[in-house]
Design a protein around this ligand. Structure first.
Ligand code: ADP
Ligand code: MG
Length: 358
């Protein structure tokens, strides 16, 4: 029965993708171990992530979205290391066999696996016992030439520039829109913050709302960008917990300060939402948006540091890459405003053991 299930939802649908990669997948689903081959003179990169129902996804999220996001977060870790995908394994712990859920989940997973040519090569399927919640865990494998050591967080150096891809905070905006739709907003935000967020959500265009929700639900890991940053970036990470907390990882590991320019962060948002300046309270809206950038998780955009000599080479990699700051001495995160000098930014990131999930 269990094997029948694995065949139906994983071995059969993913078979073609594994067969399309005969050089890397020597043996896939069905045996005790999968066998992967990596290119000569390459190193193996691996990362794992777990998603828990009610914490990382809503119980009523479409299962295809859950499947997409589960692999997206792992591929994003490869992107942040400059590694190319080889394959992944999937561990599922389910309270019951829900065929509709499994079919949707498998379809979303296959969608992103095909898009990034990352075959499913094995896994484990177990009962959740008395827990009513689904848990899923993915381990991804990737490779990079041995000469590329990854972009360690300890590699940021004084004088380097800080870059962001896309618009970190957009997924958080999508989350706030989802909270509002579900009537949770008042419960999740309080006081002044609540009124600022309500004003922000009311000002957003339908197009921005759609992009924000799609970024939350189906983030696109920056695998291509990660490969292009080889030889250019020093330290790099993917933004999964909010810019303030994620930058703190670079600051702590490298023993440096990160100074971000408020004007650069604002132009990043203006690129994403050009109509914002039509609002009389655009300055306040931008302030609220920057707060979401500091806090917001789930964007899976990249943040990296690079020597200024690489500035134009990096800029030419894409029109949604923004140089937002510099690395200086110290161990803090600062934001530099054109009029009010520097302010220290505390870590506002999501902490699993500090916030109680619903
Ligand atoms: P074993 O007991 O030897 O670990 P299992 O019965 O757990 O084997 O799994 C049988 C085969 O199915 C193995 O090749 C395993 O990798 C694969 N498999 C099990 N669950 C999954 C899953 N959720 N996704 C992909 N492959 C799976
Ligand atoms: Mg097993």
């Amino acid at each position: 029965m269990e094997f029948d299930l694995i065949h139906r939802y994983f071995k059969t649908p993913f078979g073609e993708l594994a067969q399309a990669n005969p050089d890397s997948v020597l043996l896939g689903i069905g045996d005790d171990c999968a066998t992967l081959r990596i290119l000569p003179n390459h190193h193996l990169f691996t990362s794992t992530d777990t998603l828990v129902e009610g914490v990382h996804f809503f119980s009523d999220d479409p299962p295809s979205v859950i499947g997409w996001k589960a692999l997206a977060s792992n591929l994003s870790d490869l992107a942040a290391s400059g590694a190319s995908p080889l394959g992944f394994t999937l561990n599922l712990s389910l309270p019951e066999i829900d065929e509709n859920w499994l079919a949707g989940f498998s379809a979303g997973l296959l969608d992103i696996a095909t898009r990034f040519n990352c075959p499913l090569v094995g896994g484990d399927t177990t009962s959740a016992g008395s827990s009513p919640l689904k848990t899923l865990s993915i381990t991804v494998f990737g490779q990079a030439p041995a000469a590329h050591r990854g972009f360690n967080r300890a590699h940021a150096r004084i004088g380097e520039e800080i870059w962001l891809s896309g618009t970190p905070g957009l997924a958080r905006l999508g989350l706030l829109l989802e909270y509002q739709k579900r009537g949770y907003l008042e419960q999740r935000c309080e006081g002044v913050e609540l009124s600022q967020i309500q004003a922000l959500l009311a000002a957003t265009t339908a197009q921005l709302q759609q992009r924000a929700v799609s970024r939350l639900r189906m983030p696109v890991p920056r695998v291509e960008l990660g490969l292009k940053l080889r030889g250019l970036a020093s330290a790099c990470l993917d933004l999964s917990d909010g810019l303030s907390g994620d930058l703190a990882h670079i600051s702590n590991s490298s023993g440096v300060s990160a100074v971000l320019f408020q004007s650069s962060l604002e132009s990043m948002w203006r690129n994403c939402w050009p109509e914002i300046d039509q609002h009389a309270d655009a300055a306040q809206l931008l302030k609220t948006l920057l707060m979401q950038t500091w806090r917001g998780g789930d964007d899976f955009e990249l943040c990296w540091t690079a020597h200024p000599k690489h500035h134009s080479a990096i800029q030419s990699l894409g029109d949604d890459l923004t140089c937002v700051g510099v690395i200086e001495t110290g161990r803090e995160i600062w934001v530099q405003s054109p009029s009010a000098g520097r302010t220290r930014v505390a870590s506002l990131s999501y902490n699993h053991f500090a916030e109680v999930p619903n």
